[in-house]
Design a protein around this ligand. Structure first.
Ligand code: NAD
Ligand code: ZN
Length: 379
């Protein structure tokens, strides 16, 4: 019997309080409204952003809430006005969207949609501000418009990328966020040429994805910079050839890298969120052609300070949001890169848990033990 148009009762992992374990419980999921789709989530993975907002340190707490944004699933039903998706489509949910109608969506150069750009404060759907989730009649807030820690979720169709149905959802679910952010920062923005050197600052999931982009580009040398020496062994699998731990040097990191590379790296990608590191990443690129790309999210009161001469000497500084990928237009192509074996995703997936043990995924992430933990919604 079709569930379209009806409420669905299913299991969700609800966060009732900041930092407290998620509670597995039955929730009601309303049918999708205008421009929305309801998705059966098959696999979802945990990202730092989920953990940050669950801890709610420095963010406006919004509870109860269903977290989760990296996910692969199948469309169950679509709401009014949805023409590009239908029941049965294999999809990824994306934390930022593509409405197709705004100035950004019309520009070939931007992915910063006016309507559906990431909004961490919003707890309801754009259409009416209401939640599609409830528990015993009490509404539960959405997160990033995706809320994938639920067997079914409702998402704006502009935040849904339709992908190759042959793609294994337990692998490609990680393409939803961190992987694409780092990969795209290198492939779409830094654009290293074959044989060039690339420095990656911060070897978390995003930095390792940036390193994967450097490997795919045929970079000659990939220099990983991280304060955590445990990151280095792992990073070798990602093609990182050289390591720099700033703690092991008594001179500035940019100086160390300039000396290692006879004048500076050709490209650098910053994936830490530290403004000091952003400055290092810029100042270590070669005069004349070097390009630095900032990806990390800085603190609110940070200011980037460097001598203007660093620009006059023909270094370029850029920033990137979601790897400059347009969610609906470009993400299916990233999945294709995996399908044709150009992109390796398996090495990013270090852990897997059944949905019933989702709190363990939070433990792995909090302890810094995993790159990606994939949660099997059917187990
Ligand atoms: P992560 O915490 O897993 O990794 C960060 C790494 O940086 C860690 O290994 C840490 O040891 C290292 N590091 C921290 N300070 C350092 C320093 N001073 N020098 C060298 N290394 C240092 O984080 P992640 O999930 O990989 O995310 C990285 C950044 O990307 C975060 O700031 C995140 O908010 C940001 N992000 C940006 C976008 C975007 O679209 N621009 C999207 C997602 C995430
Ligand atoms: Zn738009």
């Amino acid at each position: 019997m079709s569930t379209a148009g009806h409420f669905i009762r299913c299991l969700a992992a609800v966060a009732w309080e900041a930092g407290k374990p998620l509670v597995m419980e039955e929730v009601e999921v309303a049918p999708p409204q205008k421009h929305e789709v309801r998705i059966k989530v098959h696999f979802t993975s945990l990202c730092h952003t989920d953990v940050c907002f669950w801890e709610a340190k420095g963010q406006t707490p919004l509870f109860p809430r269903i977290f989760g944004h990296e996910a692969g699933g199948v469309v169950e039903s679509v709401g009014e006005g949805v023409t590009d998706l239908q029941s049965g489509d294999h999809v990824l949910t994306i934390f930022t969207g593509e409405c197709g109608n705004c100035r950004h969506c019309h520009s070939e150069e931007s992915n910063m949609c006016d309507l559906l750009r990431i909004n961490t404060e919003r707890g309801g759907m754009i259409h009416d501000g209401e939640s599609r989730f409830s528990s015993n009649g009490k509404p539960i807030h959405h997160f990033l418009g995706t809320s994938t820690f639920s067997e079914f979720t409702v998402v704006h169709s502009g935040q849904v990328a339709k992908i190759n149905p042959e793609a294994p959802l337990d692998k490609v679910c990680i393409v939803s966020c961190g992987l694409s952010t780092g990969l795209g920062a290198t492939l779409n923005v830094a654009k290293p040429k074959r044989g060039q050197s690339v420095a990656i600052f911060g070897l978390g999931a995003v930095g390792l994805a940036a390193a994967e982009g450097a490997r795919i580009s045929g970079a000659g040398r990939i220099i990983g910079v991280d304060l955590n020496p445990n990151r280095f062994e792992e990073a070798k699998k990602f093609g990182v050839t050289d390591f720099v731990n700033p703690r092991e040097h008594d001179k500035p990191v940019q100086q160390v890298i300039i000396e290692m590379t006879d004048g500076g790296v050709d490209r650098s990608v910053e994936c830490t969120g530290s403004v000091q590191v952003m400055i290092q990443a810029f100042e270590c690129v070669h005069e004349g052609w070097g390009v630095a790309v900032l990806v990390g999210v800085p603190r609110q009161d940070d200011a980037f300070r460097t001598h203007p001469m660093n620009f006059l000497n023909e270094r370029t500084l850029k920033g990137s949001f979601f790897g400059n990928y347009k969610p609906k237009t470009d993400i299916p192509g990233v999945v294709e890169k995996y399908m044709n074996k150009e992109l390796d995703l398996d090495k990013f997936i270090t852990h897997a848990v059944p949905f019933s043990k989702i709190n363990e995924a939070f433990d792995y992430m909090s302890k810094g033990e995993c790159i990606r933990c994939v949660i099997d919604m059917g187990a």
